[in-house]
Design a protein around this ligand. Structure first.
Ligand SMILES: C[S@@+](CC[C@H](N)C(=O)[O-])C[C@H]1O[C@@H](n2cnc3c(N)ncnc32)[C@H](O)[C@@H]1O
Length: 224
């Protein structure tokens, strides 16, 4: 039952609204033939699948949560992408790919786990010379992050912020509506409803100050 309710919540359906920003960030990169891409902290792979649709490259989605990777695996099969998209389990704190393995590293919502500066420094060795790092992160300490980029040996190709109210209007508000619907539907099943609490807390937090929750895409190129 608890899994049923999360399946019905279908967060991915809401998350997909941000695919347009993944596309905008990808389009800031030069055209590449069959780029090798690592998607760090891919989750259930909404951006991973979007990247696969934007290019003819080989993509590795990496996460440490097997249930999310199973979900990504299901999407890979459904979309007929098994020949060039893989979901692998691993921790972003200890990645043992050889040096210069990837043309592009993609990280949406995951660099904060390691820290912006540390992520930039540690992930650089995985990029081929002049490879690209694309990060979607919160907009806190933006001027600091912009200074960190050249200091860590990257050039900034472009950065852009999501509209002020995008997270509320396009993600948390629809999520709140969906949660209300499920609360009504499962009102006799308190145990199942408990699984929604974590999502409800986030919605409540953002609702208090919708514009305080912003995020930025950084498109960077490895220089040295
Ligand atoms: C905010 S989610 C972002 C998911 C996906 N990139 C997206 O934009 O929809 C952060 C992801 O980082 C993953 N994560 C947390 N700790 C991790 C670790 N040590 N190594 C790899 N992934 C991790 C979580 O499981 C989660 O899927």
């Amino acid at each position: 039952m608890s899994e049923d309710i999360l399946f019905e919540l279908n967060i991915d359906h809401i998350r997909k609204v941000f695919n347009k920003y993944t596309k905008k960030a990808f389009q800031a990169l030069p055209n590449m033939e069959k780029p090798r891409i690592l998607d760090i902290g891919c989750g259930s792979g909404v951006p991973t699948i979007q990247l696969a649709k934007l290019c003819d490259g080989e993509i590795i989605g990496m996460d440490n949560d097997q249930s999310l990777l199973d979900e990504l695996d299901r999407k890979i099969k459904d979309e007929g992408l098994s020949d060039r998209v893989k979901a692998i389990k691993g921790s972003l704190f200890e990645m043992d790919f050889p040096n210069e393995s990837f043309d592009i590293i993609w990280a949406e919502g995951s660099i904060a786990l390691i820290g912006f500066k540390k992520g930039l420094k540690e992930w650089k060795r995985l990029l081929k010379p002049k490879g690209f790092l694309v990060v979607h992160d919160d907009n806190k300490r933006l001027p600091n992050k912009l200074k960190t980029i050249p200091n860590c040996g990257y050039s900034l190709i472009k950065y852009f912020s999501l509209p002020d109210d995008a997270w509320w209007m396009d993600y948390y508000q629809p999520l709140g509506v969906r949660l209300d619907e499920l609360r009504k539907k499962y009102k006799e099943k308190p145990k199942a409803l408990k699984n929604l609490d974590i999502y409800q807390k986030e919605v409540n937090m953002v609702k208090k100050n919708p514009k305080a929750f912003g995020s930025v895409y950084f498109i960077m190129q490895k220089e040295k």
